[in-house]
Every structure is written in structure tokens, then in C-alpha cells.
Design a protein around this ligand. Sequence first.
Ligand code: AMP
Ligand code: MG
Length: 318
Amino acid sequence: MRDKNATQLITADAEGISLAAETLRAGGLVAVPTETVYGLAARADSAEAVERIYRAKGRPGFNPLIVHVRDAEQAARYVNFSEAAHRVADKAWPGPLTLVLPLREDAGLAPAVTAGLPTAALRAPAHPVMRQLLDLLDFPLAAPSANRSGFISPTTAQHVLESLDGKIDLVLDGGIPCENGLESTILAIRPDGSWDELRPGPIDLAQLHDDVFGEEMRRGTGQGSIEAPGQLTSHYAPGKPIRLNVTQPRPDEFMIGLGEMPCDVNLSASGNLEEAAAGLYAALHLAAASAKSHIAFAPIAEKGIGKAINDRLRRASA
Ligand code: AMP
Ligand code: MG
């Protein structure tokens, strides 16, 4: 099924999506655009297919994968989908929110997907290409970001090829860059109903909690450190030293700006944080490829999606 050194880049039209579905059924690896970043998908019920993800990415085996499903109904085949989870999914799915829930004994997912944890992470993505693909399949898709482990996440098909060309079967090209540009928010809902934010992202959990429950239920306070083994301190790294909160770059620094300021790339001239998030990884890819030996980053307000941007920047500079 797989010609060793060839990765096909194909347009994500009906024909391309159907070829991707065929490749996935046969246990292959396909990079797929989502509203967060490009995912590297394989069938989540096949140990061999999932093992290929870890090998292609060079990902450590203790870092579990997110399983992509059509909806809450499909998700409930793999995890105990509580009443609270249903209420959350009604509000936030499809969309950039991953739910960590207790794994069902009869889930039948490849053990490597959950890295041996008693929980699984699931998400119903909103991107039309990923949705059309899931509609063609009778299994869910394990899909981490489509990049070598530890490096910058991809928001275009070209970014995927930069790090995985020759290591995967197909890249479905969605044409435009991923809309959110940052990985999903990860929320663990515990059996007692409490909440733990395991990773900040496009969905603001304080807002979501109020939308779903008002003050009806208490919110968890845990740090999620044990159940989020993949939250490595060093991640999203461009391979050059990064200095944060910079207003005056040095001559050897590639300056990534926000708001009106002199810089090499501006994430949003008007200071809009959603726009900044969407362009963050593309800017880091440019900085990595530039002739400058260092990277400087403008201050980002710690509010809304700014929290998720700062989380990624702390890891990128660690
Ligand atoms: P990525 O696919 O690279 O965006 O990373 C997925 C992240 O999801 C991992 O780094 C883990 O931190 C998190 N994750 C996946 N499965 C679980 C789980 N069962 N419990 C907690 N966190 C999880
Ligand atoms: Mg990743």
C-alpha cells in the first residue's frame, strides 16, 4: 500500500477525501487539515497504524493521542460519556475542544492511543474536510499534530511536508491556513463532575463552564499533571533561542510583533489576539527559516486566547 519514500500531496476535494479514506482503511497515515492545526491521522483501532504515527513523528510512547470522532454518539462507544460531558458537547462540538473521559473496557482502541491511561481524549472537529473524512469511515481517527515531535505545529500543507515528507502516505491540502492555528483546549471531566484544564486553547473554559452550568457545579482545581503526560515543558520548538516580552529586538533577532511596532513579522497590526493565534506557527516557521540566529517575541496579553499563545511560547522557548 505504501511506496516508501513518496508522500502524495492532494487537493482536499471529494476525490482526494475518498482516496484518503481508502488509505486510512488500509492502515496508512494521512495529514488532514482541521480548524486547529493539521493532524496526522491513522485508524485508532489498529495497533500497527497507530504505531506508524509514533514512528513518523518520533513521538515518545508516553504521550497519548487525541481520538477524532463525528459526534458525541460515536464518542460514547469509547468512553463513559457522562451527562456533564453531553451538556458540554452540546455547546462546544464540533469544535476545538478535547474531552478527557474514562475509557470504556470494551473500547477496542489501540492501547498506544491512550498510552496505557484509564482515560481517553476525544474531539469532534468542525473542519469540513475532517468531517467529510470521518463520515466515510466506520472507525475513529487518532491524530496528533502533523509535525516531528517537539517541533512547530503545522497550519498549512507545506508546513506538513517540511517535516514529514517521505514519512507519511498522503497530505490532504485544505488550501487555506487552519482557522484557529492553535491546538485544541483539553478539558478533563472527572467522574465526580469536576473540571481540570489540561491545556489552554481556542475554547475559553471559564466562559464555557458558565454557559453550560452557570454556578450549578463546582470547578476542579487540579493541575492535570499526572494525566497529561504529553504536556512536555519543551515543545513547539523552532530550533533557535527565543526571548519573550521583547519591545527592543537585538540585531541578531528575528522579531515577531503584535500591534503597531517595527518587526520582521506582525501577528496582528491591530493587536487582535485571535488573528495572532491563527498566524503564530506560520511566524515561527518563518523565524526558524530566516538568516537571523535568534527569535524575539512581543508581549502577549494573558487574557482569552492570549493564555494559550503564552502557554505555547513558554514551551517553545524552554
Ligand atoms: P497533540 O496531539 O500533539 O495535540 O497532543 C495531544 C495531547 O493530548 C497530549 O499531549 C496529551 O497531553 C493530551 N492527552 C491525550 N490523551 C490524554 C489522556 N487520556 N489524558 C490526558 N491527556 C491526554
Ligand atoms: Mg503536537
